[in-house]
Design a protein around this ligand. Structure first.
Ligand code: 5GP
Ligand code: ZN
Length: 116
């Protein structure tokens, strides 16, 4: 997608602090980190959200999760981490290119969903 910011990051067309890259996924540090460790993992190929995946996407979905432990440990969260995939309006997704948040650091991430 030509106007997708995460496609541009994957292609190296706009800068990001990349920390991992392979044939299926790219990982980089969130521009507004919510925890000391806040890495985003995205598919190289544009997929709008978890609501837009099909069976052919299973390898890339598996890779996104399979690299999480290594990325968390390498980026300051070697004693656990949290993965979040916000999806669509109800899920609070802001960037319409599938992404996995990896959150962590030296302290517990906190409640799974904020209590209001
Ligand atoms: P969402 O709310 O869609 O799940 O999360 C989108 C995330 O992307 C947010 O945490 C936001 O800070 C991050 N983000 C948005 N634009 C950019 C960008 O240009 N570069 C980086 N590194 N992160 C971004
Ligand atoms: Zn995209």
């Amino acid at each position: 997608m030509s106007d997708c910011i995460f496609c541009k990051i994957a292609a190296g067309e706009i800068p990001a602090k990349k920390c991992y890259e392979d044939d299926l996924v790219v990982a980089f540090h969130d521009i507004h980190p919510l925890r000391p460790t806040h890495v985003l993992v995205i598919p190289v190929r544009h997929i709008s959200s978890l609501a837009h995946v099909s069976a052919e996407d299973e390898p890339v979905l598996g890779r996104m999760l399979a690299v999480a432990q290594k990325l968390a440990a390498e980026n300051g969260s070697d004693d656990g981490f949290r993965c979040i995939i916000n999806t669509g309006r109800i899920g609070g997704q802001e960037v319409p290119h599938l992404h996995l948040h990896i959150l962590g650091g030296p302290e517990p991430v906190g409640p799974m969903v904020a209590k209001t």
